[in-house]
Design a protein around this ligand. Structure first.
Ligand code: BES
Ligand code: MN
Ligand code: ZN
Length: 507
């Protein structure tokens, strides 16, 4: 056992991060001798003894032999994975989820189930068998996601489990650019999750900026970082007000990725609250430790920059993260204070715990006026109540442009990130009317719909630009959607944000 240092973020990346980059993909038509082959099985819930091996790349004889083997053992897919040994190779039969969720999620879930099973075996070689219904690269993605370890911050690393040395696909061959995209996305996902899972005494806004700038250097993209005095000098009084209760320097992190057409830009914005104590409107202690995840939107945006710097998007993409911690010390903002946002509007702070919107308000105005983007999307763990509305299996989507909302719905479907569109009823606008300022940051005697009201607040700082907001409070960690890790950060939003840029051809 080796003692770990908590200094360098690179040393804290889980082992799977470098494994993704190094484990070569092999494409094969035949079973590999000695390897463990993953096979998805379609189960019939009413007749459990009836099941189909979804592995068209295997010979009919082999499929028949495996099925007979399973039947002799009285195996039922619902009972969990079955490990069979035949002709010098191993086969793992696993049920494909019968839930009516999308196939990308089903594939990732199959991979995750396989990984959980393999974890106890520490195998040398894994072969994923092609399926009629599921894309095996998504199965691989789920497998990799489940190899992610949450133990970066343990004092010593115990090598409990070794990652497979060889990775092959049977009956399927990916084009090199497709393979590359999956690898990069999976690495970005591990990075997003590691920094989201990291505790707030390590990942504060200064560290977040340091990581972003080192990632940008490594990937050759422009990175600009502004601290407290520059944020104030830009007139971002709303953002700056959130940072008043902490000595840690808030950071405006801007990463610029060059696209094929450099005359157009898309803006991705992320809420990067490295910790949200609530400020003077202090949160209750129960569950407060989870507020280290309040920067997950910012992490997803950094992840998108990571991918897009290696897979050139059609247009420029600017990734902007507002990193800060919301603390009740020093000179903290008080309820009743009035602050002025960059667009000149004033905001009466009713509740210092509605801080994400204060940060995003200035980011939205900055992105809209400085970059005049084709569209902008923000990702934020903005409201607890979006969980009341949608639970943990999907994120809330709000947009001032139905064309953009439709684009995101389509892309998120393709990427296996469920989104559900929610309204910004004009009737709710009056909740944010203040008698002493242009807005209140939250309603006083709320009539509910707080996720909608928060979005309406953001809309006030957007101007005419096409904009959408993803409320990922229910999905950023402990996500319950199929094909997501069951505990810790999920990286939710990374794939949709990235692909929304790659697939953009104009509205
Ligand atoms: N970061 C929280 C939202 C949150 C809460 C995300 C729980 C995930 C789980 C946000 O800053 C917040 O505190 N929102 C308040 C808004 C309220 C004061 C209007 C909330 O949701 O209670
Ligand atoms: Mn808050
Ligand atoms: Zn927050």
């Amino acid at each position: 056992m080796e003692k770990r240092s908590q200094g360098q973020w690179r040393d804290l990346l889980p082992a799977v991060y470098s494994w993704i980059g190094s484990a070569r993909f092999q494409y094969t038509q035949e079973p590999n001798s000695g390897a463990h082959h993953i096979i998805g099985v379609h189960a019939d819930s009413t007749r459990p003894e009836k099941y189909e091996l979804d592995a068209p790349g295997l010979s009919p004889e082999l499929r028949k032999a495996l099925k007979e083997h399973g039947s002799q053992l009285g195996w039922r897919p619902q009972a969990g994975p079955l490990l069979l040994s035949l002709q010098g190779s191993s086969y793992i039969l696993l049920a494909i989820s019968s839930l009516r969720v999308n196939n990308v999620q089903k594939a990732r879930q199959l991979g995750a189930d396989a990984a959980n099973f393999l974890r106890n075996l520490s195998v040398e070689a894994v072969v994923i068998c092609a399926s009629k219904e599921l894309n095996v690269l998504n199965v691989w993605d789920g497998l990799v996601q489940s190899f992610y370890s949450l133990e970066s911050f343990k004092g010593a690393m115990e090598e409990k489990f070794s990652l497979p040395k060889r990775m092959a696909f049977l009956g399927y061959e990916a084009k090199p650019d497709v393979e590359k995209k999956y690898r990069i996305m999976a690495q970005a996902n591990a990075l997003v999750r590691m920094i989201s899972d990291a505790p707030a005494n390590w990942l504060n806004s200064e560290k977040f900026a340091e990581i972003a700038s080192q990632v940008a250097d490594e990937l050759g993209i422009a990175c600009e970082i502004k601290g407290r005095s520059e944020i104030q000098a830009l007139g971002m009084g709303s953002f700056a007000s959130v940072a008043k209760g902490t000595k840690v320097d808030p950071k405006l992190i801007v990463l610029e990725v060059k696209g094929k057409d450099t005359s157009k830009t898309i803006a991705l914005l992320g809420k990067g609250l490295t910790f949200d104590s609530g400020g003077l409107s202090l949160k209750s202690p129960s569950g407060m430790e989870q507020m280290k995840y309040d920067m997950a939107g910012g992490a997803a945006v950094l992840g998108a920059a990571y991918v897009l710097s290696q897979i050139q998007p059609p247009t420029n993409v600017v990734c902007i993260i507002g990193a800060v911690e919301n603390m009740p010390f020093d000179n903290a903002t008080r309820p009743g204070d009035i602050v002025q946002a960059m667009n000149g509007k004033t905001i009466e702070i009713i509740n210092t715990d509605a801080e994400g919107r204060l940060v995003l308000a200035d980011l939205l105005h900055y992105a809209a006026t400085r970059y005049k983007p084709e569209f902008m999307v923000d990702a934020a763990t903005l409201t607890g109540v979006v969980i009341t509305a949608l639970g943990h299996a999907g994120s809330g989507l709000f947009a001032n442009s139905q064309a953009l909302a439709n684009h995101l719905l389509k892309v998120s479907e393709k990427m296996g990130e469920p989104l559900w569109q929610l309204p910004m009823w004009p009737e709710l606008e009056k909740e944010l009317k203040s008698t002493v300022a242009d807005y209140k940051n939250t309603s006083v005697d709320a009539t509910g719909a707080k996720a909608c009201v928060a979005s309406i607040f953001l809309k006030g700082f957007v101007g005419e630009t096409s904009w959408a907001h993803l409320d990922i409070a229910g999905t950023a960690w402990d996500c319950k959607a199929s094909g997501y890790p069951t505990s810790g950060a999920s990286g939710f939003g990374l794939r949709t944000l990235t692909q929304a840029c790659l697939d953009f051809t104009g509205f």
